[in-house]
Design a protein around this ligand. Sequence first.
Ligand SMILES: CC(C)(COP(=O)(O)OP(=O)(O)OC[C@H]1O[C@@H](n2cnc3c(N)ncnc32)[C@H](O)[C@@H]1OP(=O)(O)O)[C@@H](O)C(=O)NCCC(=O)NCCS
Length: 191
Amino acid sequence: MNWYKIRRAKPQDKAALHRIERACFALPWSADELIKDATENILAVYYVAEAAGSPGAVSARSGDTPGSTSPGAVSARPGDTPGSTSPGAVSARPDPLLVGYAGLWVVLDEGHITNVAVDPDYRRQGIAAMLLLKLLEAAREKGAKRFTLEVKRSNAAAIALYERFGFRAAGSRKGYYEEDGEDAVIMWTDT
Ligand SMILES: CC(C)(COP(=O)(O)OP(=O)(O)OC[C@H]1O[C@@H](n2cnc3c(N)ncnc32)[C@H](O)[C@@H]1OP(=O)(O)O)[C@@H](O)C(=O)NCCC(=O)NCCS
């Protein structure tokens, strides 16, 4: 079983965030845009998933994904030592491996999800679900009561992920995506 830490993004994550962004999107944000939004925009909240091996943040077990049970079902076990067999033996890694990130903006009582991206080599391990869980929790603490996002109509993986978190389609934006003119589905949840 793999372990990941879900923690807030920080300026040092710039290159790793951009690597993931480029691997996931046809028209990636620039590294500067992304790190600025992630760490300087006071309306924004960004979390990253870091492969276990360095100390700090919340540790979560990838096998414990939310959705089928209740939000909060991810086990955050700060006492556990991710990536290590002997409890307490934290191995510091100088260059932690980021495998995913997710971000949103909170404007008044609405949270607008801007990005959810997981390195293709690390998908289907519950990483996006762990990121979303932390993101929505942090956004609620900032006052968000409902959440929205746009997603490509053909992006079945993302739509299935969002539906697990209670998002439902509530409209569309025609030709929203610059790279191929595909429509966006607008999704909302107030849970
Ligand atoms: C969408 C994305 C973020 C999912 O990341 P992930 O870490 O693989 O997702 P998780 O493992 O947390 O999956 C959680 C749930 O989402 C759904 N899901 C995720 N990937 C899926 C897929 N390929 N097919 C169907 N359902 C999928 C499932 O319900 C899954 O639960 P399950 O594994 O128990 O069935 C990832 O595929 C990605 O980065 N895609 C490219 C970027 C992107 O499209 N982002 C969304 C922009 S709106």
